[in-house]
Design a binder for this molecule. Structure first.
Ligand SMILES: Nc1ncnc2c1ncn2[C@@H]1O[C@H](COP(=O)(O)OP(=O)(O)O)[C@@H](O)[C@H]1O
Ligand SMILES: CC(C)(COP(=O)(O)O)[C@@H](O)C(=O)NCCC(=O)O
Ligand SMILES: [K+]
Length: 238
């Protein structure tokens, strides 16, 4: 069985074999998918996507051509112990929904779920699995490149992400972006904290998970395959 998560930057593919999630394989959208699918040769595919339809279609076409059954998973109002807090749950990206389900599988306590990819999404869950709402902010790469592109004096080479204040333009931009994300996560923790859970757990996933986690002082768990932990619940239930 193959689980696929299509984000705005790239696709992530994880095989489930002997009941275990295998390490991610990345699909760069500039590259062909047919050979990758043939290599993995799954019996069935479960797909979660927030990518443009034309990218989803490439997977669907390749799966149909190879005779592989493909199931597309969508956001729901309530499932696997998580209750969606959105006014209209259809609006919520499936990656956020699955990350929350994945977090709930890990621990039944209040937590802040962070997916640091193209965008950074921050979603709050209380100890009963009720989603308390969330935030969508630009991802680290998006924050830095948009500043660089929109201001002449900020058009400098990118600096590494790190913690603390910056001492040069590039460093001030990259560190500013990282602390903006970390600050938002810490404010989410303050909003979620209650008498049952004074210090909510932070669960971080996405391409920039390590970078973001390094800037957090709250207790943090990095779970690279968090979305897949949610997606496998669907794959095993369908
Ligand atoms: N090899 C890589 N390719 C692309 N992005 C990477 C890579 N390694 C780290 N990143 C970082 O991860 C981010 C993408 O994270 P990811 O969770 O895959 O995004 P999405 O789910 O939006 O496609 C990029 O913005 C970049 O900062
Ligand atoms: C917020 C997102 C763009 C994040 O996508 P990503 O950074 O993982 O590519 C995605 O979850 C999405 O398209 N959401 C729909 C809007 C919403 O969740 O409210
Ligand atoms: K994301």
């Amino acid at each position: 069985m193959l689980l696929i998560d299509l984000g705005n930057t790239r696709g992530k593919l994880v095989m489930v074999s002997n009941g275990e999630l295998q390490p991610s394989v990345y699909w760069d959208y500039d590259h062909d998918i047919v050979s990758l699918l043939n290599q993995l040769n799954p019996s069935a595919i479960y797909m979660a996507s927030v990518a443009p339809l034309r990218i989803e279609q490439r997977i669907i076409d390749a799966a149909v051509a190879a005779g592989i059954a493909i199931n597309r998973v969508t956001t729901e109002a309530e499932r696997f112990g998580v209750v969606n807090g959105y006014d209209d749950y259809h609006q919520m990206g499936i990656d956020r929904w699955l990350a929350m389900i994945g977090a709930r599988q890990l621990r039944k306590q209040a937590c802040v779920v962070v997916d640091a990819g193209t965008a950074v999404t921050i979603d709050a869950l209380d100890h009963q699995g009720h989603h308390l709402g969330g935030w969508i902010i630009p991802g680290l790469a998006l924050m830095t490149t948009s500043l660089m592109q929109r201001s002449d004096k900020l058009n400098v080479p990118a600096a590494e992400f790190g913690v603390g204040f910056g001492f040069a333009t590039g460093q001030a931009i990259s560190r500013g972006a990282l602390h903006a994300v970390a600050g938002a996560v810490e404010q989410a923790c303050a909003l979620v904290a209650d008498s049952v859970t004074p210090t909510p757990m932070v669960v971080v996933t996405g391409g920039d998970a390590q970078t973001v986690a390094a800037a957090l002082s709250a207790p943090t768990q990095i779970v690279p395959d968090l979305v897949f932990k949610g997606l496998r619940c669907y794959a095993e239930a369908i």
